[in-house]
Design a protein around this ligand. Sequence first.
Ligand SMILES: C[S@@+](CC[C@H](N)C(=O)[O-])C[C@H]1O[C@@H](n2cnc3c(N)ncnc32)[C@H](O)[C@@H]1O
Length: 205
Amino acid sequence: MTVNFKSHWENVYQLKNENEVSWYQEVPSKSLDLINSLNLTTESKIIDVGAGESRLVDNLLRLGFKNITVLDISSKSIEKTKQRLGKKSKLVNWVVSDIVDFIPDERFDLWHDRAAFHFLTQKTRINKYVDLVNNSVNSQGNLILSTFSTNGPLKCSGLQISQYNKNSISELFKEEFKLSYSETSVHQTPFNTNQEFIFNIFSKY
Ligand SMILES: C[S@@+](CC[C@H](N)C(=O)[O-])C[C@H]1O[C@@H](n2cnc3c(N)ncnc32)[C@H](O)[C@@H]1O
């Protein structure tokens, strides 16, 4: 059965409140810690891919970042995040697109993705994502990629996902990126279940 990913995600954000989804975080602490560990300036160009309603953008604005792009396949999630931010939403570049169809008109210093990449399960879509990252991140730029680990769930939001470990993820990006940091991190869902992720920082050669 082929899944219409866009309808799936529009439906999720239409039906659920922010804290009624397993991936909800009041503060995306792990991502923020990793971002803080990088040599970014407030002028750095940052994209959050598959951001959904994540509060990462609120925190990036609070930290003074001026060039933020937020992308999601779901227009509903983008609309909800814009509403939460109010006037501040004008400071952000918003993109509604399936990531594999995204054609950026700029390059990024940081590509951040928590729990979106692992929804790509077909080889062709995974390869398109890798090519896009390779072509869209500046040299010396960074990729922060977090996915379910090989000890994590096999599905999320009713969809199949791809699990990764340190070796399999570094293998995928090895042509253009060096894996500079990797750690496992357990996310406690709002339903008090645990999900094991790996958070990775890659640096572009
Ligand atoms: C599990 S949620 C994570 C949301 C957010 N990154 C966070 O950490 O709270 C996955 C998100 O990826 C988005 N997504 C899934 N497949 C996508 C695709 N092919 N292109 C763009 N976004 C996608 C979904 O709409 C959803 O918002």
